[in-house]
Ligand binder design. Structure first.
Ligand code: SAH
Length: 223
């Protein structure tokens, strides 16, 4: 028996998680095998508040501390798939929240920097990531609308909060052929937008509407 199977057998949420991947992700068109595998692997129930553990695999976002949310599983999978990761990338996430999205990314890229503006959320995300044994994620407290220039360029940047416009420094910190996935629009509804860098040009595509908590900062919302 493999160590992996041994671990899974002790996980009372495994069945719920596999069913979430099948019914919410595969059934709705998520195709990237590696994304599906990562979402089968990461124990989402350990990233929600204890009071919501039984609901961790439901088809919806859930509240976390500081009036923020952990995104719906489908949204995590969709945004991750849009990054087109192969495994050797350095990825930047803006909006750590619970740390769940970062945990999924950690299975798909070489290293993940994730930036959170609220120190208490950053600290509890760090603890969760440590508890589940993830070592290729660094949680940084700062205003992510300015990116994280010290580790740029990034092959992928994912913003998990809604922005009124595309923060220019994020585009600047993308490597050539890098992709930025970001919800852009009003505080009520946003367009999930992908910006790919090609030399000194960018190619923008709009993928569909979504709803996120606001990205608050210098190049985001004021408050
Ligand atoms: N990716 C998270 C969910 C994100 S909720 C998860 O998997 O659980 C959005 C998060 O973005 C919140 O935690 C919020 O505090 C954070 N945020 C908002 N504006 C930010 C900014 N300018 N820089 C960094 N984080 C920000």
């Amino acid at each position: 028996m493999t160590a992996k199977r041994g671990k899974d057998e002790g996980d009372p949420y495994l069945e719920l998680r596999l069913s979430m991947v099948e019914r919410q992700l595969e059934a709705r068109g998520i195709k990237d095998r590696r994304v599906l595998e990562a979402m089968r692997d990461v124990p989402r129930h350990l990233f929600v508040l204890p009071a919501y553990r039984e609901r961790a695999y439901e088809d919806c976002p859930l509240p976390i501390d500081e009036r923020q949310t952990i995104s719906q599983p489908y949204m995590v999978a969709w945004m991750t798939e849009l990054l087109c990761l192969k495994g050797d990338e350095t990825v930047l996430e803006i909006g750590t929240g619970s740390g769940y999205q970062a945990a999924v990314l950690s299975k798909l890229a070489r290293f993940v920097y994730t930036v959170e503006r609220i120190p208490a959320l950053a600290e509890s995300a760090r603890e969760r990531l440590r508890d589940v044994g993830i070592t290729n994620v660094e949680v940084v407290v700062s205003d992510g609308t300015e990116g994280l220039p010290e580790h740029a360029p990034y092959e992928g940047i994912i913003v998990t909060a809604g922005s009124p416009s595309v923060p220019p420094l994020l585009v600047e910190q993308l490597g050539d052929r890098g992709r930025l996935v970001i919800p852009v629009g009003s505080s009520g509804v946003q367009m999930l937008t992908v910006i790919e860098k090609r030399g000194d040009r960018t190619i923008t595509s709009e993928e569909g509407s979504c709803v996120f908590v606001p990205l608050v900062g210098k190049y985001g919302w004021e408050r």
